[in-house]
Design a protein around this ligand. Structure first.
Ligand code: BDR
Ligand code: CA
Length: 313
């Protein structure tokens, strides 16, 4: 079987970095057409730089990296340096990238790829606010119907929120964009906090990354060391959640995840609950299902997949 074509839309972010590494470590299954960057965890200039740092760390400087939208559709950007550090990739000491940033805008690249590749052959993997994807869908209404699948990290139901009491960061930052994507009709698979909060980097799992003894293994261990400190304090858990790699792991081993095909709507009006993913988990409405909303993960299987693949880089 030929490798599945994907576009990773991202705001690295240490966990984004691990998600990208996992994809680049799996060329037999995943053909990364491009990495498109968006403002999120840190401003766009840094996410576009960090994405290239990660591609070079993976030994894949030929990967095409594009810069996209520098602010949400209708709101001021909210960033998360308190979690990810000033650079967005605090932790390991990694060199500045030498590989170029593509000149084309990320949104144009997304539109062009979906139009040029056969319909139903390209999947989108958003790991940050959905601004680039929503802008592409707004500008080119023909492309949503050509998407094979959108697999995204964002939202929460039982876990509710991490950036506000009601909302998860990626959706909260650009709820209008999320609304466009969730209503686009494209097949949608969602990795919410309900799943990612079960993907905890315990000391043993972190030690397994470090024990790879490679630059990638050490960098991943140091990245998780860094951003763990915030979540460990907040949740009192043994390790911090590794959110975004759940998306790439799903593409490789979907059987590690279980969820429900349900209706999910985005709150855009209320200041109090802005960006809440109102998931009809219990199917108490007659609203049509628009997303497969994951609820559980085989965490041991996830971490062994991750460690085994990172070892290949
Ligand atoms: C999401 O927000 C970001 O901080 C992480 O990179 C992840 O995509 C988790 O809420
Ligand atoms: Ca992210």
């Amino acid at each position: 079987m030929s490798a599945r074509k994907i576009i990773i839309d991202t705001d690295p972010g240490q966990d984004d970095a691990v998600a990208i590494l996992l994809a680049l470590a799996s060329p037999e299954e995943l053909d990364v057409l491009g990495v498109t960057c968006v403002a999120g965890n840190v401003p766009l200039a840094l996410t576009a730089k960090n994405a290239r740092i990660v591609c070079e760390l993976a030994g894949k400087p030929e990967t095409r990296v594009f810069a996209g939208c520098d602010a949400p559709l209708k709101r001021k950007l909210i960033t998360a340096e308190h979690v990810h550090g000033k650079t967005g990739l605090d932790g390991p000491a990694l060199p500045d990238p030498v590989m170029p940033l593509e000149e084309q805008h990320a949104v144009d690249f997304i539109i062009e790829s979906l139009r040029n590749e056969p319909s139903g052959s390209v999947s989108l993997c958003p790991l940050g606010p959905l601004t680039n994807i929503a802008t592409a869908f707004e500008r080119a209404p023909d492309i949503a119907g050509r998407v094979q699948e959108i697999v995204l990290m964002g939202g929460a139901y039982f876990e509710v929120g991490n950036i506000t009491p009601a909302a998860e960061f990626n959706i909260h930052v650009d709820p209008e964009a999320a609304e466009i994507v969730f209503r686009s009709g494209a097949p949608l698979t969602v990795m919410p906090l309900d799943v990612t909060h079960k993907a905890l980097v315990t000391p043993e799992r972190n030690a397994a990354f470090r024990a790879l003894g490679t630059p990638v293994g050490r960098a991943v261990a140091e990245m998780t060391d860094f951003f763990e400190r915030f979540d460990k304090e907040k949740y009192g858990s043994e390790g911090a959640p590794l959110h975004d790699p759940c998306v790439t792991a799903y593409l490789l081993r979907p059987e590690l995840f279980t969820g429900r095909h349900i209706n999910v709507e985005i709150e855009t009006g209320s200041e109090l609950t802005r960006g809440m993913t109102v998931a009809d988990w219990w199917r108490v409405t007659d609203r049509a299902p628009n997303a497969t909303f994951m609820g559980d993960i085989d965490a041991d299987g996830f971490f062994s997949l991750l460690t085994e693949r990172l070892a290949r880089l």
